[in-house]
Design a protein around this ligand. Structure first.
Ligand code: NAI
Length: 333
């Protein structure tokens, strides 16, 4: 039995976390949860946005499942998500975007895995405000070690998972040094992976290519900001934010979470789609080498999503979160 830190999160977080707990129990997944608060709920109850008990729990168990956390827009505290990724050096943000049979989208052959650098770039937190001149400098810090480790992670993943191609996404025509460094890293690292091909795309062209012919992409690797934006774009290709999973992985520590946020527009209504967090929890089982149980839950999700009446409203169905959860449980074999 593996103990995992569980952060319920804000907004729809507690509703979709409850769904995962019920499905894991029904599937007899060998996981026990240690619940810890973060963000605004932690501030209200424990007087700290990131309580020591939370960081101690992650340090100890080395694996966490996290519901989404709210970040104030344009003011207030620094994103807890960004802080946790930086604190635990979770430099790989892995976001698979794969078409699901039955979910009606414009494309049915999407099968990409996006690797987003997760600790550097414009999210480094290096922001300076000159009050007198009213000028903000937000520094995009990119390091050679940061570029090489994310590019290597993407090539490693591609090789281990029988993928064929890695596409590096950048803006090196304008951001010559920072974009150029990621390209140079790919050129160097690719020599160790002769069975893989690789190419590169400028990010603006990449956006267009993804919405015209997404099936041409396999593994994608890019910087923090571009990865943040491209992963929501990719989510839109396969059914939206309700279905796309994510993993934040470092050397020896990992936090799994959906790509989506707290969905304040539907929070508290009991209608959120728990698939994205559930698929993230399945990625966690794979990370923990619990492959059989991961496949069992994935098959139950696929079977549920294949039937329109069993889906949640965002995917054209009528089920609420609890009903969807019960359908997945019934579909576990
Ligand atoms: P969002 O992802 O919360 O919502 C965007 C749209 O997708 C909304 O219409 C929402 O209802 C829908 N949606 C998202 N997840 C869904 C689900 N599971 N089922 C059905 N519909 C779903 O993005 P938004 O509104 O930009 O951000 C809200 C808050 O979430 C912000 O405070 C933001 O900072 C935070 N956030 C947190 C993330 C995290 O914890 N990793 C990631 C993204 C945003």
């Amino acid at each position: 039995m593996q103990t995992v830190t569980l952060i319920p999160g804000d907004g729809i977080g507690p509703e979709i976390v409850e769904a995962v707990k019920q499905i894991f129990e029904a599937a007899k997944a060998p996981i026990q949860w240690e619940e810890e608060l973060a963000g605004e709920t932690a501030l209200a109850q424990k007087g700290d946005l990131i309580p020591t008990s939370l960081t101690d729990s992650i340090t100890h168990h080395k694996v966490a499942l996290k519901g989404p956390l709210a970040t104030p827009v344009g003011k207030g505290f620094k994103s807890i998500n960004v802080s946790l990724r930086q604190k635990f050096e979770l430099y790989q943000n892995i976001r698979p975007c794969i078409s699901t049979v039955g979910i009606d989208t414009k494309f049915d052959q999407v099968n990409t895995v996006l690797f987003r650098e997760n600790t550097e770039g414009l999210y480094s937190g290096l922001s300076y405000y000159d009050e007198r001149l009213k000028i903000v400098d937000s520094i995009s810090r990119i390091s050679w070690s940061g570029c090489t480790r994310i590019v290597k992670a993407a090539f490693d993943y591609a090789q281990k998972n029988n993928r064929k191609k890695v596409t590096v996404v950048h803006k090196a025509n304008i951001l010559k040094r920072s974009g150029g460094m990621m390209l140079e890293a790919a050129s160097t690292i690719s020599k160790d992976y002769p069975s893989l091909t690789w190419d590169d795309k400028i990010v603006d062209n990449m956006c267009m290519q993804l919405v015209i012919r997404p099936e041409q992409f396999d593994v994608i690797v890019t910087s923090n900001l571009f990865g943040d934006i491209l992963s929501d774009l990719c989510a839109g290709l396969v059914g939206g934010l309700g279905v796309v999973a994510g993993a934040n992985i470092g050397d020896g520590c990992a936090i799994f979470e959906a790509v989506h946020g707290t969905a304040p527009d539907i929070a508290g209504k009991g209608i959120a789609n728990p698939t994205a967090l559930l698929r993230s929890a399945v990625m966690m089982l794979e990370y923990l080498d619990e492959i059989t149980i991961a496949q069992k839950i994935n098959q139950a999700i696929d079977k549920t999503l294949a039937q329109v009446e069993q889906r949640t409203g965002d995917l054209g169905g009528k089920a609420n979160t609890q009903q969807f959860t019960e359908y997945v449980i019934q579909n576990i074999v």
